[in-house]
Design a protein around this ligand. Structure first.
Ligand code: NAP
Length: 480
């Protein structure tokens, strides 16, 4: 299948924090790929910016050295892409560079400001963009996660941004929403009539959402030890996956209709009972370091793993538990949503034992795709036996073997230029998520309990397994 590329309008994209890790590893490569396929027009310009004093040609060489060794990057196209890049030194907290930046911007093209900097700088940059006359009524401002540390700080960030930009101009990134499979979850639910009639408490036994990582906290120690898995992953990524799985069909696929339905899911979440949560911290590896060594704090009570049983209190989901888990140093890198349907109500086949429900697995990584387990007759004569087989669709195969897997940032950056906020979080959505997370985290902070240790390479602490076992259910094996 050949993907259709419609070029976006010419734009000036100002990338703050352009020398940083995220810009170099994700945003600039994403822009290169959109240029390569012809979606980023020749008249588009990227104005990179950070505090460091540097000429544009030095910045281009810096970007070239990061991109040129990637097998998928073509030297001739890279040269043409780099011509689109300028660099200007701007101090977000001072007055340096702002006038120069204003003079570089063109009046008649889409204007977007991408803040790939720490959240402490969001209100500062927004204010200076406004004060120096750079923010026009149609410009867009893009901000990265983490969007706050709790409800209060998220409100302060929202207020800081809204002083200078309207909500329709603000793009809060959760890169999970840019993943193909996550968008496919909406297509699966709302472009097929097969699943929607079954998508409720009458037919679904429970849902599991897992985001497992094999890496530890190296490189992000100080930030992570202040945040933990609940703030770093559950408040944003897992919450978004939960929303898209549980939401009602929006009346239209337009930003506010989709986001209204997501907010309703978050607002319907019941407070979580302390007994429905398992927290963990990874132990030292043989001869190596564990979480406490990595963060350099033997008394840290921050969780590197969390599992929760969550209820969405509405008609569709009454009584259906959603089990969420995420953690570091687990046995495999894997993100998936698992929808477990109810068992068949009656067995007509003799001697086959208990029949179990179908399982729909929506894989986000690795190898994006969808699997539906079905029960069929085991082939051959001699008795009637049943076997489970998976209807397995890998998107890479289904959409033509050699299609390059697109990074989520490619989609999201182009959506900003197109002015489509559907895959970005609205301010009230972020605040609603924090309002649900805050009491859980505050209760941990007030208690002296420590997270349970778990072995690196495992599926997390024993308590997480018990969370399901005591309900007569079991997690799908991570990496299985
Ligand atoms: P980083 O590597 O520390 O880069 C920060 C950038 O901000 C640098 O370019 C730095 O350049 C610039 N900067 C710092 N202070 C500045 C100031 N006063 N004025 C202007 N520029 C300033 O951080 P990062 O990892 O790229 O992360 C950026 C943001 O994305 C953070 O909010 C982070 O939480 C978020 N994020 C990162 C990742 C990731 O994988 N890295 C993933 C998700 C979200 P100078 O020092 O030259 O000014």
């Amino acid at each position: 299948m050949v993907s259709r590329v419609i070029p976006v309008d010419p734009f000036d994209l100002v990338l703050f924090g352009a020398t940083g890790d995220l810009a170099q590893r994700k945003i600039l490569p994403a822009l290169y790929h959109r240029f390569e396929v012809g979606q980023m027009p020749e008249q588009a310009r990227i104005i990179a910016s950070a505090r460091s004093d540097m000429e544009s040609h030095a910045f281009r060489e810096h970007v070239r050295s990061g991109l040129r060794d990637k097998p998928e990057v073509k030297a001739e196209i890279l040269d043409r892409f780099l011509e689109r890049l300028e660099y200007v030194a701007v101090d977000a907290l001072g007055e340096t560079g702002w006038n120069c930046l204003r003079e570089m911007l063109r009046p008649d093209v889409v204007r977007a400001f991408y803040l790939s900097v720490g959240p402490g700088l969001f209100p500062e940059i927004a204010q200076r963009l406004h004060d120096h006359g750079l923010a026009t009524p149609d410009s867009r401002i893009v901000v990265e996660k983490p969007f706050g540390h709790d409800l209060e700080s998220a409100k302060a960030l929202n207020e800081g941004l809204r002083r200078c930009f309207e909500e329709r101009q603000i793009y809060r990134i959760d890169h999970y929403l840019g993943k193909e499979t996550v968008q496919n979850l909406m297509a699966l639910r709302f472009a097929n009539s097969l699943f929607e009639p079954l998508w409720n408490a009458s037919h679904i036994d429970h849902v599991q959402i897992t985001v497992a990582e094999t890496v530890g906290v190296e490189g992000r120690e100080a930030y992570y030890d202040r945040a933990g898995a609940m703030r770093d992953m559950v408040q944003n990524h897992l919450m978004q996956l939960l929303c898209l799985t549980a939401m009602e069909p929006p009346s239209k696929f337009v930003p506010n209709a989709v986001r209204d339905e997501k907010v309703k899911v978050i607002e319907a979440l019941e407070p979580v009972e302390p007994g429905d949560i398992a927290r963990g911290q990874y132990r030292p590896e043989k001869g190596g370091d564990g979480y406490l060594d990595h963060v350099g704090n033997p008394d840290s009570r921050t969780e590197s793993f969390v599992a929760l049983k969550v209820h969405v209190a509405n008609w569709r989901w009454a009584g259906v538990p959603f089990y969420l888990r995420t953690g570091k140093r687990l046995r495999a890198r894997e993100s998936e949503i698992v929808v477990v349907f109810r068992d068949p109500p009656h067995t007509i086949f003799p001697n086959v034992g208990h029949l179990h429900g179908n399982v729909l697995v929506i894989r986000l990584q690795p190898d994006e795709g969808i699997t539906l387990s079905t029960t069929i007759k085991d082939p051959g004569p001699g008795g009637f036996r049943l076997a489970d087989v998976a209807l397995d669709m890998s998107f890479a195969e289904a959409l033509g073997g050699n299609v390059r897997a697109q990074d989520a940032y490619e989609r999201l950056v182009m959506d900003v230029i197109r002015g489509d906020q559907t895959l970005f979080m609205r301010g009230d959505e972020v605040e609603a998520a924090w309002a649900w997370v805050d009491p859980i985290v505050h209760a941990w902070e007030d208690s002296r309990d420590r997270p349970s240790p778990y072995d690196p390479g495992s599926s997390g602490p024993e308590e997480a397994l018990m969370l399901m076992h005591r309900d007569g259910r079991r997690w799908r094996q991570i990496g299985g």
